[in-house]
Design a protein. Structure first.
Length: 46
């Protein structure tokens, strides 16, 4: 995933998220990941 983040211009770290199930607000019912970065992320995400 580092290559994908770098291609998206993310250089100083990133977070990988996968929502699983309706309580997690999964809207696409197959395995996929979200790569968040490009700015300082909060320590706790809710």
């Amino acid at each position: 995933m580092g290559d994908i983040a770098k291609a998206a211009g993310i250089e100083n770290g990133y977070r990988v998220i996968s929502n699983c199930g309706s309580d997690a607000k999964q809207s696409v019912m197959h395995l996929h990941f979200h790569i968040l970065g490009g700015q300082e992320l909060p320590e706790k995400m809710a």
